[in-house]
Design a protein around this ligand. Structure first.
Ligand SMILES: C[S@@+](CC[C@H](N)C(=O)[O-])C[C@H]1O[C@@H](n2cnc3c(N)ncnc32)[C@H](O)[C@@H]1O
Length: 261
């Protein structure tokens, strides 16, 4: 699978998935607002708490930690590819020349939090303040992060979006990878997992076709059970026809809130 990621183009990936129609903040049925709504609810229900939030397979994106950065004092972002870690660093250091303007995302999440969209700069500053590291990760390794990257207690919460199924050749590898990241979480910690349903490929750039293990809801639930998670909630989004824009063959998206036993 590592070879499939040669040529991954962060700017193209952001363009394919994180601009309209998939990120249309005026539409209730657009995929990005749906994901942001799920994450906002999960982080504000009161049961997810602690010191450290770790995002597994961040890619070049930040949307997945925009709610969590208000709850946790420390956030670690991770990705397998240096080009993605570079893209994240550029935004965090406010160096300009970023692949995507995250302003509408910051404004939207401020709105979800009952704040004026105009205070988005405060959220951007908060995120820049709490992200302590951007680390390499390999979910196929029994220890996905370098030894000593986390304290022996582990993270209080993990978030991971569209990573495990996009790097696993089959369901067994997906479940193994889930087991590996489970090891990074403290007992009683939460997992927020977002992923593709029924997807067999996506484009990581022009001509960069990456295979994906097609999953259904029952398989996701079985993998969670097998790896020691208790499911709290599973929500499913079905892609409207006009969100099927030719950059993948995804049919739906799942959102999981689970707890490590
Ligand atoms: C579909 S992207 C998801 C990116 C982002 N989380 C999102 O929500 O759009 C899959 C990500 O998995 C990363 N990846 C590839 N191989 C990996 C591995 N062995 N372990 C962890 N992440 C990997 C890729 O670099 C890519 O950023």
């Amino acid at each position: 699978m590592a070879a499939c990621y040669h040529g991954f183009d962060p700017a193209a990936y952001l363009q394919y998935n994180y601009t309209a129609p998939r990120a249309d903040f005026k539409r209730q049925d657009s995929i990005v607002p749906w994901k942001l709504g799920c994450l906002h609810r999960a982080f504000t229900e009161g049961d997810v708490s602690g010191e450290l939030l770790v995002d597994i397979g961040s890619g070049p994106t930040l949307y997945q930690v925009l709610s969590g950065c208000e709850v946790f004092n420390r956030v670690i972002l991770t990705d397998f590819l240096e080009v993605n870690r570079q893209e994240l660093r550029r935004w965090l250091r406010d160096e300009g020349d970023c692949g995507l303007d995250w302003t509408p995302y910051l404004q939207h999440v401020c709105k979800l939090e009952g704040r004026q969209p105009s205070v988005w700069t405060e959220k951007a500053a908060r995120l820049r303040a709490v992200v302590s590291d951007i680390l390499p990760v390999d979910v196929h390794h029994p220890q996905p992060l370098a030894p000593g990257a986390l304290s022996s207690v582990g993270a209080d919460c993990l978030v991971s979006c569209f990573c495990l199924e996009s790097v696993s050749p089959d369901l067994a590898a997906f479940t193994r990878a889930l087991g590996h990241i489970q090891g990074l979480l403290r007992p009683g910690g939460h997992l927020l997992l977002i992923g593709a349903l029924g997807e067999s490929y996506y484009f990581g750039g022009p001509g960069v076709k990456i295979p994906v293990v097609p999953l259904n809801e029952a398989e996701v639930c079985a993998s969670l059970k097998e790896t020691g998670f208790t499911l709290i909630r599973l929500e499913v989004y079905t892609l409207p026809q006009d969100m099927r824009v030719g950059v993948d063959d995804v049919s739906g998206v799942f959102f999981v809130k689970a707890k490590k036993e």
